[in-house]
Design a binder for this molecule. Sequence first.
Ligand SMILES: *Cc1c(COP(=O)(O)O)cnc(C)c1O
Length: 366
Amino acid sequence: MAQGVYTFSPGPAVLPLPVLQQAQRELVALEGIGISPLEMSHRSEWFAQVLEETTANLRRLLRFGEDYTVLYLQGGSRLQFSMVPMNLLRGSKLPADYILTGSWGNKAVVEARREGTVHVAYDGKEHNYRRVPQPDELELSPEAAYVHFTSNETIQGVQFREPPPGGGPLVCDASSDFLSRPIEVDRFGLIYACAQKNAGPAGVTVVIIRNELLDRVPEGLHSMLDYRQHAQAGSLLNTAPVFACWVVLLVTRWLLEEVGSLEAMEQRNRAKAQLLYEVLDQYPDFYIGHADPESRSLMNVTFRLPSEEQTRAFLAEADAQGLKELKGHRSVGGIRASIYNAMPVEGVEKLREFMLQFVKRAAVSR
Ligand SMILES: *Cc1c(COP(=O)(O)O)cnc(C)c1O
């Protein structure tokens, strides 16, 4: 990111500047080793330490113990849409409950149906995925193989404040709000997150799985799709994405050393989101928010303008001023500002200022 330029991309997304600077400094030769991280073996002692420290840092940040295993996998969160039901639903007599609050949950449920009985416990489609459900709106199975939900729907910009209840282990697609706030890991059976939203570059997906669930994995799965085999191999069944894992380590260090904790990270994220939602609330007829206020995401702020023409002008002018990648997903339209952990408050202030100027100019020219 150059001076004064900010990317609001939904992913791959902004990374902390000190992380990029360290990656640049050590790209050609790791300090004390002399070899590039791009050239390092995944079987090296150095890489064993990268994974060990990353896992230790995740345990400190999210406060979970040895009853959970951390896996570093490839194939993105999309592959988790398949691996979760292959490992936890295949052969089960119980259904898997899916709570659908937006586009990603809908993609996940398609894969689950290939593996067993799926019960949709909630579908927010009728109100166009503007909010997350209240617990009493869920039609949960009394007993489920697992209950899948998406903590933050990246496209719609709706986020759960609290995990939903469920009649089985909670499985969470946390791709776009992982490490953005504290969560009680003990309430979950499995949490997965591709790195490229909040935790690092594309190429690695973090899976945190309760050990008990590893015992439920059916025999006969393909090795690369089998959580138990990945766990037994320490995530080194095949060549790991060494560079991506190293950058995830640097991001966890940044969280611990520069931010301090996930509580502190959440405070920063809340303050940043507030700056933009205030503008939406001030000009509700011009900046038309997609999410209902109680379900607003702290990570992806979604809204549209009264006309397509104004949306195009907004995007072009913002881009010219260094406010990049603000175009919303076509299913929601309009604008999406992704303001993940690493987006500095200065970037959000600059966007807010731009929005205030833009609406005033629009009023004058009317
Ligand atoms: C980005 C995203 C995905 C897809 O991740 P890939 O790594 O591209 O497979 C899935 N779920 C959510 C919530 C996302 O934000």
